[in-house]
Design a binder for this molecule. Structure first.
Ligand code: PLP
Length: 415
């Protein structure tokens, strides 16, 4: 169902969507080609699990950049609007922020990267928090804020070792902070830094970043006499493994989606639930005889009689082509190998284990089928793609169906 329609039907409060069962079922039926289920109970449960590890009073930003790591930013934000410890949301672009506001999201929205000046006035009008670290941004924001007649709210980025954005935690950095505090029509609400190696077993570098950040904060207090209300540093890996980084708020990303920050992070310390599953349905079943080859380039040739099924999903949907010759899917609770190259919109699997296999049967590409499970980490490892990247890139042709209390509550088909 188009987003426009959804907007009219969203009730705007708590976790309520007024979409009928029939409408949702129609979407699921129409998109048997491929559908991603997003479990909103799991999102809330993952946030609760993280929140219970934090020190009292630490708030959380839910990181929902890149359309909520591919899961859909709006339904996730809607699900979290009424959760008290969620201070707000973090996104990467002005467009992501403004779309959420347009859809009725009321909590704080922070843009984590550099924001280009064309959007300043719209962002200020909507109270979107802008990350600053360049002096030209401060003067342009001041001017935009004066034009709008409202303060620009900013967070200062500090570079303590990521080498991406941010002022350095030294004299020059302090000078920038002073400028920001003095700039007309600018309200400095927050200050943050980002960890480069918190997901590694050896925390020496991460602790160094934390120390550099903390000493910069105390310099701001002792040398400038200022206290910036919200300081934050933790990403998912730090939430799990570095309690000293909790400060005023944390920024939860990948773990909110039930995924691991890296294979070095000890996931046994928390009960996280995977949020996204990806299903398709078999469109064709056929016998293949010895000597017959499958897909582009004939990389796979049958050496015995086989039963081969076609799955109508491919790399055009974000299912990695590099799973060619390596990937597996689940059918009837069993692993079935992918045969030959993955095409843009289709690929083939070996279903010889089921002589009565029929068209229309469900194929699980990501998630559970019976006792078997294919995780984003498994797909990431086999395809040479990072698990973050894998879910972000699940294509816009794949509709997302959202479940809450175990039942579908909303279906969104983007293209
Ligand atoms: C993406 C991002 C996060 C979230 O990272 P995770 O590893 O997914 O928790 C936090 N902070 C910043 C600045 C980011 O860019």
């Amino acid at each position: 169902m188009p987003a426009e329609n959804y907007r009219e039907q969203a009730s705007g409060k708590e976790v309520m969507w007024v979409q009928t069962k029939d409408q949702i079922n129609e979407c699921i039926q129409t998109y048997k080609r491929g559908v991603a289920y997003v479990d909103l109970d799991a999102v809330i449960s993952n946030m609760d699990a993280m929140h219970s590890m934090l020190k009292k009073g630490t708030q959380m930003y839910a990181v929902i950049k890149t359309n909520g790591y591919g899961h859909g930013s709006l339904p996730i934000a809607k699900a979290l609007e009424s959760v008290p410890y969620v201070k707000g949301y973090a996104v990467a672009t002005a467009e992501e922020a403004l779309e959420l506001r347009g859809d009725g999201i009321k909590k704080d929205i922070l843009i984590l990267s550099y924001t280009f000046p064309y959007s300043y006035q719209s962002l200020i009008k909507e109270d979107v928090r802008i990350t600053v670290f360049r002096k030209d941004t401060l003067s342009e924001l001041s001017a935009a804020a004066a034009a709008v007649g409202k303060n620009a709210i900013v967070h200062i980025a500090v570079d303590t070792g990521m080498g991406r954005i941010g002022v350095s935690p030294d004299k020059e950095g302090l000078d920038f902070v002073r400028h920001a505090l003095d700039a007309p029509n600018i309200m400095v609400e927050g200050i943050f830094t980002h960890m480069a190696k918190a997901d590694e077993t050896d925390k020496t570098y991460a602790n160094g970043q934390l120390e550099a950040f903390k000493s910069f904060i105390s310099d701001i207090s002792s040398k400038l006499g200022a206290v910036i209300p919200v300081s934050h540093i933790s990403n998912s890996a730090s939430i799990l493994e570095l309690p000293d980084t909790y400060l005023d708020a944390v920024r939860a990303g990948i773990t909110m989606y039930g995924l691991a920050p890296s294979d070095e992070v000890d996931m046994s310390r928390i009960n996280l639930k995977p949020v996204m599953s990806l299903f398709s349905h078999i469109t064709y079943v056929k016998k293949v005889y010895p000597g017959q080859s499958i897909s582009y380039g004939g990389l796979f040739t049958a050496d015995k009689e086989m039963l081969v099924a076609t799955v109508p999903l491919g790399y055009g949907d974000g299912y990695p082509r590099s799973l060619t010759g390596k990937g597996e899917v689940l059918v009837r609770g069993k692993r079935c190998p992918i045969l030959g190259r993955i095409c843009m919109d289709q690929f083939m699997i070996d279903v010889s284990a089921f002589p009565d296999m029929k068209e229309g049967e469900t194929v699980t590409l990501l998630g559970f089928d019976g006792d078997e499970h294919i995780s984003a980490e498994e797909l990431g490892e086999k395809s040479g793609r990072f698990n973050y990247e894998l879910v972000c890139l699940i294509g816009s042709r794949i509709p997302r169906v959202y479940t809450l209390h175990g039942a579908p509550v909303l279906a969104l088909s983007s293209t």
